[in-house]
Design a protein around this ligand. Structure first.
Ligand SMILES: Nc1ncnc2c1ncn2[C@@H]1O[C@H](COP(=O)(O)OP(=O)(O)OP(=O)(O)O)[C@@H](O)[C@H]1O
Ligand SMILES: [Mg+2]
Length: 447
């Protein structure tokens, strides 16, 4: 009664058979599908079982052998060999050969199906990741989505942006993204780390110097401002900028004019300013370490990067992203995190934020002995997942604990407990017997 739907069929000439159904005996196939056992028919037109089958008559079938392709008991296809002129073509030894062939074919087909599933899975994951990627920045949490929207809006403009956030939260990444999405994208993106350059060299680094301006100034040299001309200048760790230089910086930004150290000739520059800090500049202002006027000049718009602990599931999404990125880069065979590792990543509070996560992942990829990264590889404590029970055992355990809990709430009163739980008092009694609890306790003693 069931309609046969052939997805693919090939003949001996390796041609795809378009209308396979019309060339096969559906009653023979139906039997193999039903029984999952091979069928040999020697003379179909005279066969008790199949002689009356329309397809057999119509196709003038005489010899047929048909074996199922099984993958752990699941029918994934079948091999059908038929002939319309020779009787008794197939014997038990043909069946043996075909069965061996069929088991090989099943393996291959099952693998192909699995591969296909994996490919689809992978593609879906990839698409999801793409959806939550903003350049190199991954973030699914509402806080990060809000950051992305803001960055998108400000990128098109020339406004100064102050990027704040704890260390390792992606401030530099955001700065690059602002630049890459701005009309200045093809132009230079120049970073200066104000905290990493000795104070006496910082002015020259920023604005350049002329030969002989100071000991060691053996030639003219341009500064970061000149290098960033027509592009973007990223003032990283702006909170470390010495207060004396802040006046000069403010003037340069406001007037778009700079003077090299040892020179009085002005140079005009066309730059967009981005700045970042992990310090609370308001506090620095209160303590006299940061100029308020510079602060307002830099902080036209502020992008605040939330710490990882406020980004929910992001930590795992970022971890997976970094894993696949560095596995590719190091050409490592690592495939993913173990469930325990995933839970450990999620639970760990990341003081060094994403940079620390990144470092641990890099190290784990290089040192990991298997294809799956465990909590130990990440230097995180394992044992975070409870021991896995079968569902039946888990239900059982829950039920025991729950009854005990309600019993405790009812001071051991079984009748009341049974009523609360909506079960027969005998259920509670049996439970207590199994627990080896006080069987002699008076029923309903505190009613
Ligand atoms: N959302 C994210 N998705 C993927 N990678 C990220 C993300 N945020 C940060 N990273 C990675 O983490 C590392 C630290 O980021 P970044 O250098 O931008 O942080 P930072 O805030 O400037 O840190 P610091 O304050 O220490 O200078 C970088 O290697 C970056 O690629
Ligand atoms: Mg940084």
């Amino acid at each position: 009664g069931e309609e046969l739907d052939v997805k693919v069929a090939r003949n001996l000439n390796r041609e795809n058979i378009a209308d396979a159904v019309t060339q096969l005996s559906d009653s023979i196939i139906a039997k193999v599908v039903r029984t999952r056992k091979p069928v040999i028919v020697s003379d179909a037109l005279r066969d008790d079982e199949f002689a009356s089958s329309k397809s057999v008559i119509h196709l003038k079938v005489s010899s047929v052998i048909c074996v199922p392709l099984l993958d752990r008991g699941r029918l994934i296809g079948l091999i059908y060999v038929g002939n319309d002129s020779i009787r008794d073509l197939f014997q038990q030894d043909t069946l043996r050969v075909l069965s061996i062939f069929a088991s090989q074919a099943s393996l291959i087909v099952a693998n192909a199906l699995l591969m296909n599933e994996l490919r689809i899975d992978n593609k879906r994951l990839h698409e999801r990741l793409e959806q939550y990627r903003f350049g190199e920045i991954v973030g699914t949490s509402p806080l990060m989505q809000a950051v992305f929207r803001k960055v998108e809006k400000i990128s098109a403009t020339d406004i100064s942006v102050l990027i704040t956030g704890e260390t390792g939260t992606g401030k530099e990444l955001i700065a690059r993204e602002v630049h890459n999405r701005s009309p200045r994208a093809g132009k230079p993106f120049i970073t200066i780390n104000c905290g990493a350059i000795p104070e006496n060299l910082l002015e020259s680094e920023l604005f350049g110097h002329v030969k002989g301006a100071f000991t060691g100034a053996v030639a003219n040299k341009q500064g970061k401002f000149q290098a960033a001309d027509t592009g973007t200048l990223f003032l990283d760790e702006i909170g470390e900028m010495p207060i004396e230089l802040q006046v000069k910086l403010l003037r340069a930004i406001q007037e778009k004019v700079v003077y090299r150290v040892g020179d009085t000739r002005p140079e005009t520059v066309d730059i967009r300013i981005l700045a970042a800090t992990n310090r609370e500049l308001e506090k620095e202002i209160a303590n006299g370490r940061f100029r308020e006027d510079l602060y307002y000049r830099l902080n036209v718009v502020q992008v605040e990067l939330p710490p990882l602990r406020l980004r929910g599931e992001d930590v795992l999404v970022i971890a997976r992203y970094l894993l696949s990125r560095y596995a590719r880069e190091y050409d490592a065979k690592v495939k993913g995190f173990s469930p325990n590792a995933a839970v450990a990543i999620r639970k760990h509070n990341w003081p060094g934020n994403i940079r620390e996560l990144e470092n641990r992942i890099k190290k784990a990829i290089v040192l990991c002995e298997s294809s799956v990264i465990g909590p130990d590889d990440l230097g995180l404590t394992g044992d975070v997942l409870p021991q896995i029970l079968t569902l039946a055992d888990a239900k059982d355990k829950f039920q025991r604990d729950y009854i005990n809990e309600v019993l405790a709430l009812n001071n051991g009163n079984r009748t009341k407990t049974a009523r609360d739980l909506g079960v027969d008092p005998r259920t509670v009694f049996r439970h207590l017997e199994k627990e080896g609890g006080e069987p002699g306790e008076a029923e309903g003693s505190s009613m």
